[in-house]
Design a protein around this ligand. Sequence first.
Ligand SMILES: *[C@@H]1O[C@H](CO)[C@@H](O)[C@H](O)[C@H]1NC(C)=O
Ligand SMILES: *[C@@H]1O[C@H](CO)[C@@H](O)[C@H](O)[C@H]1NC(C)=O
Ligand SMILES: *[C@@H]1O[C@H](CO)[C@@H](O)[C@H](O)[C@H]1NC(C)=O
Ligand SMILES: *[C@@H]1O[C@H](CO)[C@@H](O)[C@H](O)[C@H]1NC(C)=O
Ligand SMILES: *[C@@H]1O[C@H](CO)[C@@H](O)[C@H](O)[C@H]1NC(C)=O
Ligand SMILES: *[C@@H]1O[C@H](CO)[C@@H](O)[C@H](O)[C@H]1NC(C)=O
Ligand SMILES: *[C@@H]1O[C@H](CO)[C@@H](O)[C@H](O)[C@H]1NC(C)=O
Length: 438
Amino acid sequence: MKSKYAILFICVVALVIIEKESSILSRVSDKLSQMHNPHQTPETLQDYSNTTARSSFTVLKVLLSKLPSTKGNFSNFSEEQPEEVDNVGNSLDHKHVLLMASTRTGSSFVGEFFNQHGESMFYLFEPLWHVERMLFPDVEANNGTLLPEIYRDIIQALFLCDFSPLEKFISPPPQDHVTPDLFRRESSMALCEEPVCTPEIKEVFERYHCKTRHCGPLNLTLASESCLSKQYRAIKTVRVRLLETLQPLLEDLRLDVRIIQLVRDPRAILASRMVAFSSKYQTWKTWAQDGQVPEDNEEVKRLKGNCDQLRISAEMGLSQPPWLRRRYMLVRYEDIARNPMQKAEEMYKFTGIPFSSQAREWILRNTQSVQEASGIYSTQKNSSEQADKWRFSIPFTLAQVVQKVCGPTMKLFGYKYVDDEKTLVNKSVSLLEEKQFH
Ligand SMILES: *[C@@H]1O[C@H](CO)[C@@H](O)[C@H](O)[C@H]1NC(C)=O
Ligand SMILES: *[C@@H]1O[C@H](CO)[C@@H](O)[C@H](O)[C@H]1NC(C)=O
Ligand SMILES: *[C@@H]1O[C@H](CO)[C@@H](O)[C@H](O)[C@H]1NC(C)=O
Ligand SMILES: *[C@@H]1O[C@H](CO)[C@@H](O)[C@H](O)[C@H]1NC(C)=O
Ligand SMILES: *[C@@H]1O[C@H](CO)[C@@H](O)[C@H](O)[C@H]1NC(C)=O
Ligand SMILES: *[C@@H]1O[C@H](CO)[C@@H](O)[C@H](O)[C@H]1NC(C)=O
Ligand SMILES: *[C@@H]1O[C@H](CO)[C@@H](O)[C@H](O)[C@H]1NC(C)=O
């Protein structure tokens, strides 16, 4: 009798969840219909809404499967993908790592710590790039508060090795689940090894290359199969802005998620962005020359907004709410640069994934190398030397602006203020407080 009530209760909860998702999605649809891409997006969202409704059913099925089985037969709740339930039993051994960062925080480098783990790792580099490009072509105008649900649901599906929600956002659309256009496919070792990497005829070699071998266009079905066969899955993203939006991921019974938030001195981030995204940061460059910054400018407000989001996320993580307990780690770029091996070890320990000798060797090779940076996303840098370089490239005026609008964030992370230009460029003055985050 009791279990009947339990089942009834679960059904009601599930309906509420589904209801909520459809209302979010209809809001999204409205938003999107005003935007460009009139041919593609409505269809995209329609498809997407089916996907999430399905995933709610899947959750429901999981919950039901945990109940003592009685006379009821619930295998009809979803006509599709009954095999997903079978994955639930063994998914407890799986580990899912989300590396949550922002641009110019060394996230490509830190992502490699996991990408290089070895054959039981399935790593994806910035899959949300596709979503952002389709929904917000003007990246800088996206303040990150819009549509975090979509980002989260796509990460959730990818952790479950389901590429179909992401596929809706890949442009041009994949044909028969095959695409040559997955963003930075070559940054994922798992997508560059057999059998996901299929040899391709000579003339397309250049276009679809992986770092170590030539591959044909990516068959997402094969990618999904590869993902399912791996015990550990990691995703790096610079597009999730607020930690709290991820709560449902951590409460998903099918997943065992650990979140690593990677932060860096906001002055260094600005300095680095001014170099890497030169044209977008033209305004800042002009200010650097003029020596004056209008404080109510949109750019300055955006900087403040970014800093606030970093701090709010970190405060939430460090406060250890029940849904995050032992699942959140804050890491500073500067600590990694000073001591990459030790930090990598700590990160691995936190995730519960064994620190493989391959990963260790990769870190050794790439932190002691004298090789110069070969591009803006290069990970081959002498990391301890790189960490302080920004101090010589940012004008003091701009450092001051950052200190003013990002004060509370800098304080929380332990980045010291400088009061004059001399201190800024004095290498024997460390701008980093020794700080442990637990
Ligand atoms: C999504 O659902 C709508 C109706 O609810 C249906 O017309 C459409 O074909 C579905 N799309 C997919 C991809 O299942
Ligand atoms: C439940 O229903 C499915 C078909 O809907 C059937 O294949 C299965 O045998 C049924 N199980 C039980 C225990 O009745
Ligand atoms: C499952 O659904 C099919 C049709 O969709 C129906 O014929 C069958 O009786 C259902 N099984 C149960 C156990 O409800
Ligand atoms: C983000 O942008 C949207 C629309 O552009 C706006 O409504 C919202 O207030 C902004 N949020 C923040 C925190 O700036
Ligand atoms: C992609 O891989 C799957 C699984 O091996 C295969 O069934 C399918 O035919 C492949 N698709 C194409 C277009 O080759
Ligand atoms: C990397 O930079 C640090 C700090 O400048 C220096 O001590 C070290 O020798 C450099 N390592 C290599 C391999 O160049
Ligand atoms: C740099 O800082 C150190 C330590 O505070 C100080 O002793 C030294 O004089 C400073 N150098 C310059 C050039 O200001």
